[in-house]
Design a protein around this ligand. Structure first.
Ligand SMILES: [Zn+2]
Length: 394
C-alpha cells in the first residue's frame, strides 16, 4: 500500500507547522516558510490534492487582503498506544495530535507480546471502524521499556517479561498496513508534554515518569534526546545502594526497587503485617492484596505509615534528581505517573531535597511540577513519534 505523504521538504515543514501550532493563515504560513506566493500556492495545492491539508475558513483580517486558514486534512488520523502499569490505552488523534477517541482496558503484559500486540490490533481496528476510517496514517506505541528505536523492539525490560527483542513495530506495521513507531514511554510522555503540556514553552526539560517502570525523557535544545543507542534517561536502574531490595532487572538497590509501584506495595504489605498501619491492614484483609492505589488512598486519608512510604520514595527520587538537574540544567522538571492523590506529598518531598541540595545555578528558578496531562501525554507523544515520520518528505 503506497503511503501518502509530503513530497518536498517545504510540504513537510508546512505540515509540521500545522501540527504544532494548529490552523494558520496562508499569508502567515508563506512568510514562515519564506516561499514566494506562487511556489507556496503550488505546494498547498499538492498537499490539498493528497488530502493532507484543507481549508479551515477565512482568517481574521489583518487590515490587508483577506487570507484563508489552512489545517491538516481530516483524513489524517493517527493511532496511539500506551502500555504500562496494568493498562492498555489506545487512542485515535487528528493530524494536530488532539485525541478524538480513547479506549482503556486492563492488560497483563506477562501474557506476552503476541497476545498484547494482537489486542492492540483489535482495538485500533475498532476505533478506526467507529470513526469511519478505512486506514490510519500511522501508529505510535509507547512501552515501559528501553526500546531499540532502530528496530522498534523493547530490550531487556523488567516491566515487560518475555518481550525482549520482540518486533513490535514490524508486527504491528504488517497487521495494520501503515507506518508504526515504537519508543520508551517516558520519551513519548516528554514529547507529549512538549507538544501540548507544561513543557510547551521549554526547550530544555526533564520528564520523570513514575509507576511500575521509572524512566526519564530528556528534551534538550527543543528535541527529544535518545542517546547513542536510544537508551538515554533509563534512570530506573540507577543503583542507590548495593545491598538494597532485589530489582526486576536482577540487580539490587535500583531506583525502581525502592520507588516503583511494586516496591511501594511490598513495603505497604510489610507495614500492614507488622501492625504499623490499621488503614493498610484493613485494606489487605478486605482484598487479600494491596495495590499502589491502596497506598495512595491510605496516605491521602492521613495514614502515617503510608505517608512515610511515599515520603521515603520521594526523598530517594529527589536525590536522583539532584544529580540529573546539576548535570543537565533543565528549565523545568515535570513529574508524571504518580498515583492519584499522592502527587502533592511526593512533590513537596522531592522539591525539599532538590532545592536544598542542588547548586543555585541549576535550580535558581527551576520549577518542579506535576504533569497536568496525566497519561494523555503518553498518547499524544506516541502519535507525535509517528507523525514526525508521516510529515517527512519521501
Ligand atoms: Zn534494576
Amino acid at each position: 500500500m503506497p503511503m501518502v505523504g509530503p513530497e518536498t521538504a517545504d510540504q513537510a515543514r508546512l505540515l509540521r507547522l500545522l501540527r504544532d501550532d494548529g490552523p494558520r493563515s496562508r499569508v502567515e504560513l508563506a512568510d514562515l516558510l519564506g516561499l514566494p506566493r506562487a511556489r507556496f500556492a503550488a505546494e498547498v495545492d499538492r498537499l490539498t490534492t493528497l488530502g493532507l491539508v484543507e481549508s479551515a475558513g477565512p482568517a481574521a483580517s489583518r487590515g490587508g487582503r483577506r487570507s484563508s486558514l489552512l489545517r491538516v486534512g481530516a483524513q489524517v488520523r493517527f493511532g496511539a498506544v500506551l502500555v504500562g502499569d496494568g493498562l492498555l490505552r489506545v487512542a485515535l488523534t487528528d493530524g494536530e495530535l488532539n485525541p478524538l477517541a480513547r479506549h482503556d482496558e486492563p492488560v497483563d503484559v506477562r501474557l506476552g507480546p503476541d497476545m498484547v500486540v494482537g489486542r492492540i490490533v483489535e482495538l485500533l481496528g475498532k476505533l478506526r471502524g467507529e470513526a469511519g476510517l478505512s486506514s490510519l496514517t500511522g501508529v505510535g506505541v509507547a512501552l515501559p521499556a528501553p526500546v531499540e528505536v532502530r528496530d522498534g523492539s523493547p530490550v531487556s525490560a523488567p516491566a515487560l517479561p518475555g518481550w525482549h527483542r520482540f518486533p513490535v513495530r514490524d508486527t504491528l506495521a504488517a497487521e495494520l498496513g501503515c507506518p508504526v513507531q515504537v519508543d520508551n514511554d517516558a520519551n513519548a510522555m516528554a514529547l507529549g508534554e512538549r507538544h501540548a503540556g507544561t513543557g510547551r514553552p521549554f526547550d530544555d526539560f526533564l520528564y520523570v515518569k513514575l509507576g511500575e517502570a521509572i524512566g526519564c525523557g530528556l528534551v534538550l535544545a527543543g528535541s527529544l534526546y535518545r542517546g547513542a543507542a536510544s537508551g538515554a534517561g533509563d534512570i530506573g536502574h540507577f543503583q542507590l545502594t548495593e545491598d538494597g531490595p532485589l530489582c526486576g532487572c536482577g540487580n539490587n538497590g535500583c531506583v525502581e526497587a525502592y520507588c516503583g509501584d511494586v516496591a511501594l506495595v511490598r513495603e505497604a504489605v510489610t507495614a500492614a503485617r507488622a501492625g504499623r498501619s490499621t488503614a493498610l491492614a484493613d485494606r489487605l484483609a478486605a482484598a487479600g492484596t494491596l495495590s499502589v492505589a491502596d497506598v495512595a488512598a491510605a496516605a491521602t486519608e492521613g495514614d502515617a505509615a503510608a505517608q512515610t512510604l511515599v515520603r521515603d520514595a520521594a526523598r530517594r527520587l529527589g536525590r536522583v534528581l539532584v544529580g540529573l538537574v546539576s548535570f543537565v540544567n533543565p528549565a523545568i522538571v515535570i513529574i508524571g505517573g504518580a498515583p492519584a492523590g499522592i502527587g502533592p506529598v511526593l512533590l513537596a518531598e522531592i522539591r525539599g531535597v532538590v532545592y536544598r541540595r542542588s547548586t543555585p545555578l541549576a535550580t535558581g528558578s527551576m520549577p518542579i511540577v506535576l504533569s497536568d496531562l496525566g497519561d494523555t501525554a503518553g498518547l499524544i507523544g506516541a502519535a507525535h513519534l509517528v507523525s514526525t515520520q508521516s510529515y517527512a518528505a519521501r
